[in-house]
Structures are given as C-alpha cells and as structure tokens.
Design a protein around this ligand. Structure first.
Ligand SMILES: Cc1cc2nc3c(=O)[nH]c(=O)nc-3n(C[C@H](O)[C@H](O)[C@H](O)COP(=O)(O)O)c2cc1C
Length: 399
C-alpha cells in the first residue's frame, strides 16, 4: 500500500496571501522585490489595500439566493468572472511567463492584458489566450507606435490598453532591487548567492534550458530577431515627449481605424481626466494608480472609483485596478461602479507559486470569494450590486 506523505505541501493555496508567502520563499530576492515594487514612501501601495479594509459589508441571515451569477460583458466580451488580467512585465518570475498567465486566463474564461514590456511575444500570448488586450505606453515616435499597434492587431489582439500614468518617480525608502542590464555569465556569477538559495526557481529555468533574458520582444524593430533590453526600452520611454490629450485621441483613432476594437485608457484618477478621456473617444477607462508604482500620495484607486463612475459611467465602461486580493474586494469595487476589476500582483504571486495552475488558483480564490459575498449580501447577480450593499465610512471617497 502506498502511504501518502501527510506533511507534503499542498500546491493549492487558499488565499492570495498564502500565494504571496510561497512566492517570497521561491523567488530570488531581487525578483520578489521587483514585484512588491511601490514608489517613494509606499503610501499609495499601502493605501490600495488598506482602503478596501475600511469598507464593510452587512450580510443577511436568510433570503439568500441559491443561484448566483457573476458573468458579465466587459469590452464587448462575455467573461465568466468580472476579473481581468492587468498587464505587467513578468520578466524572470517563471519560464513560461505571460504564456502561462494567458493559458490560465483562457481556462477560467477571462481576458488577458499583455504588457509591451512583457517577456513573451504577443503572437505566442494570443495563441495561448485568443482574448488578449495589448498594452502600450506612450513610447517611441508615432511611426513606431503605429507599427507596434499593427503588429498587435495582426497577432489578433482584441483591444488596446494605453497606460499613461507614469511619472518616472525614482527612489524607494526601502531600496530598489538590482535589475541587471542583461543576464550574461558575469552577472550570473555575481548574482549567484541570491539565486543559489532558490533551488526550485533555478530548477524551473534550468529544465527549460533558458535563463531570463530581460528583453522586450514586443518592442522589437521590424525584422529584428530580438527586442531591446529592458533598459533600452525604458530609455526610449523616458526620452519620448509626454502625450497631450490630442495625442491620446490620435492613438485611439489609429487603433480604431486599424482594428475597430476597444481602446482602454488605464491610469485615470481624476474626474476631469475621465471626462477628457470620454471626449477623446475611449471605450473604457481603468481607475488606477499603477499599483502604487506611480506618484506616491495618489489615493487608493478604490477611493477614486465612485466619483469617477458617477461622472462618466454612463458614457464609458469604468474598470479599476489596485489592491484587489480577494473576492470581497471585487464585490466592493463593483458596488462602487466598476464594470470589472483588473489584478496585478495577485496573479504574479500565483504564477511564482505554481505557474499556470497558480494563476488559475488565484482566479478560483477570487471566484469563490465573489460568490460568498453575493450569497451573504443576498443578491443573485453582480448586476444588482450598489453602494447600499457596503458600509462606507464618512470621507472615504476622494475626488
Ligand atoms: C511588477 C509590476 C509590473 C507592472 N508592469 C506594468 C506594465 O508593464 N504595464 C502596465 O500598464 N501596468 C503595469 N503594472 C501595473 C498593473 O497593471 C496594475 O495596474 C497593478 O499591478 C494593480 O495593482 P495590484 O498589483 O495591487 O493588483 C505593473 C505592476 C507591477 C506590480
């Protein structure tokens, strides 16, 4: 008789916090620190999660619904839960990187957001998840941007996310991790002590015969076999003059003529900007502060959501991202006017902990949490959620 080891760690995790603890154990310290990120004093990154804790719920004891629905149409696509994958550059977290994330998104019936700084090509990612939105920063000249949009469209992207909330703010009170320019033998020897203590991570990359190469394949010039290094890409971005509202309208127009699919402006935090985004013709906005990685002191995205949704929610789809770690967070955001949320670190922890299955696990944790909240609140669908379902302390919203 085969005896199971009762102390073996179950690869399934019950919460995003458990996934994060496993990611911390598994990843080399600089890779883990790059995902924690945050800027300056860390005020915004902390508030993104703390603000969710200020919102309360008051469950019923009877009159619940046996059947509950959380599917929704977002950006013209039916999704099985109102949680989308936010674009992140997941260099070096897992050898399958964004392809593993995309497979998980497809398996769980939701949309994948792919960063232009990602480690896998848009072609590979669309193959893994046909419902992929390609994300771009305002970087390079207009010809280069059009060429990148054309490539994403030809690959089959079903929408474009323009992320414009980035101020190149440098300096963290807790110190930034080292990111090497490229991973050559010299770098490997120098960083070996940080990596040698993470045998499982090493084994995963070793098995594939690849080392993380820290390039951005989706920013490759036409005909080039490799994209620029992460730093090359960052330099191009830093030296690109920042966009005006006319530039935003231009980008939206280019994408619309090329593909006729949705255009999302990500990073909106102000009601006046949300109104200008409507004027620029966008299909959707994401109320976001880049996961606390932009200007520190920006309030939590969830505090900014309701005033913005009230102002423009009848004209564009309003999404939000920042600090979502459990199903009840999703329900709170929907009650305050979001059509859906996007997640960043939550799935990165899942990816680090257990690859594609770990990302599926995160989406399942959120699915279970949304369902419990709907049950407790006595609603049969996410469409019924309103601010009345929450206990909102005075002064919670910011605008
Ligand atoms: C490590 C990391 C990399 C990111 N890279 C990008 C990116 O390339 N493009 C982008 O639009 N947003 C990027 N973001 C922001 C996320 O899309 C999202 O706005 C944020 O992670 C949401 O907050 P959360 O992590 O608390 O869920 C990144 C975030 C993190 C943590």
């Amino acid at each position: 008789m085969k005896v199971e080891n009762p102390w073996r760690q179950n690869p399934w995790f019950e919460s995003v916090a458990v996934a994060q603890r496993r990611a911390r154990k598994r990843l080399p310290q600089p890779v883990y620190a790059a995902l924690v990120a945050g800027s300056e004093r860390g005020q915004t990154v902390s508030d993104n999660q703390a603000a969710f804790m200020e919102l309360g719920v008051l469950p019923h004891v009877a009159g619940h619904h046996a059947e509950r629905s959380m599917s929704r149409t977002v950006l013209g696509q039916e999704v099985s839960l109102p949680v989308l994958i936010s674009p992140t550059g997941v260099q070096a977290v897992h050898p399958d990187g964004e392809v593993a994330v995309a497979r998980a998104a497809a398996a769980r019936g939701t949309l994948m957001g792919l960063s232009n700084f990602a480690s896998k090509s848009v072609e590979e990612v669309v193959e893994a998840c046909p419902r992929t939105l390609f994300q771009m920063y305002w970087t390079g000249d207009r010809d280069v941007m059009v060429q990148r949009m054309e490539r994403a469209h030809q690959a089959g992207a079903i929408g474009l996310i323009a992320t414009l909330d980035w101020s190149f703010s440098m300096g963290r009170d807790w110190g930034s991790p080292e990111i090497p320019e490229k991973v050559d033998l010299k770098t490997m020897v120098r960083m070996a002590p940080k990596v040698a203590t993470r045998p499982r991570w090493l084994y995963q990359f070793g098995r594939t015969g690849q080392i993380p190469d820290l390039t951005a394949p989706n920013l490759a010039a036409p005909g080039a076999d490799k994209g620029p290094t992460f730093f090359g890409a960052y330099y191009e971005w830093m030296t690109t003059p920042p966009p005006s509202w006319e530039d935003v309208a231009w980008m939206r127009e280019q994408w619309s003529q090329l593909s006729g699919t949705p255009f999302v402006l990500k990073g909106v935090g102000r009601v006046d900007d949300a109104q200008k985004a409507v004027d620029a013709g966008v299909s959707a906005i994401s109320v976001s502060n880049h996961g606390g990685n932009n200007l520190d002191g920006t309030p939590a995205a969830i505090r900014l959501l309701h005033p913005i949704a009230t102002a423009v929610g009848d004209q564009v789809e309003v999404l939000m991202d920042g600090g979502v770690r459990r199903g009840s967070d999703v329900v709170k955001a929907l009650a305050l006017g979001a059509r859906a949320v996007l997640i960043g670190r939550a799935y990165l922890w899942g990816l680090a902990a257990n690859g594609q299955a770990g990302v599926e696990n995160v989406l399942d944790v959120l699915h279970g949490g949304i369902d419990s909240a709907l049950l407790g609140l006595g609603v049969s669908s996410v469409d019924e959620l309103t601010p009345e379902h929450l206990l909102i302390p005075d002064g919670f919203h910011r605008s």
